[in-house]
Design a protein around this ligand. Structure first.
Ligand code: COA
Length: 145
């Protein structure tokens, strides 16, 4: 099992992984593709024997970094892969010289909020009625280094 940067050939599979996760942000192929082209974005995948298990995108703009998406294949959730992927994202942000990692999480997304809180993220704000269903986004920050 290992992490690497995503490639064009991964994108269709990443869309399928995301469609299989009802709570995920449901990025389109075009949105994922921007992660391959943007100078600031790093689209990372976790792969095991050629099978993609998880992905995440981090946008780096030192001293700030933003975790813009993180998704674990539904059948693989709950075995530590989300935590491992988040650790890899932190490494990527640190390597780019970032001092802070921020993100937005849906107020009802208990698994993601628990993951972030256990990794040391603190809630620093809220965007009321941010999502289409009228729910709030919680803004969270992690000091790096
Ligand atoms: C959020 C997500 C990435 C977590 O990945 P995962 O591989 O299932 O999580 P892990 O097994 O690494 O668990 C890490 C921690 O997350 C929390 N967690 C994970 N699943 C949970 C659940 N069902 N309920 C509550 N907490 C949960 C726990 O704090 C857990 O730590 P613990 O095992 O020590 O209790 C995954 O559930 C996912 O892809 N969800 C759909 C997409 C999504 O919502 N992304 C986040 C958008 S902000």
């Amino acid at each position: 099992m290992g992490f690497r940067l995503a490639r064009e050939a991964d994108l269709d599979e990443l869309v399928l992984i995301e469609r299989g996760c009802p709570g995920a942000p449901q990025w389109s192929r075009a949105q994922l593709e921007r992660g391959l082209r943007s100078a600031r974005a790093r689209l990372l995948v976790l792969e095991e024997e050629g099978r993609l298990l998880a992905f995440a995108e981090v946008a780096v703009a030192p001293p700030d970094a933003e975790l813009t998406t993180i998704v674990v294949r539904r059948s693989e959730q709950g075995r530590g892969l989300g935590r491992a992927m988040l650790g890899r994202v932190v490494e990527e942000a640190l390597a780019a010289g970032c001092e802070r990692l921020s993100l937005e999480v849906g107020q009802a997304n208990a698994p993601a909020a628990a993951l972030y809180a256990s990794a040391g993220f603190k809630a620093v704000g809220r965007r009321p009625r941010y999502y289409d269903d009228g729910s709030d986004a919680v803004l969270m920050d992690l000091a790096l280094g």
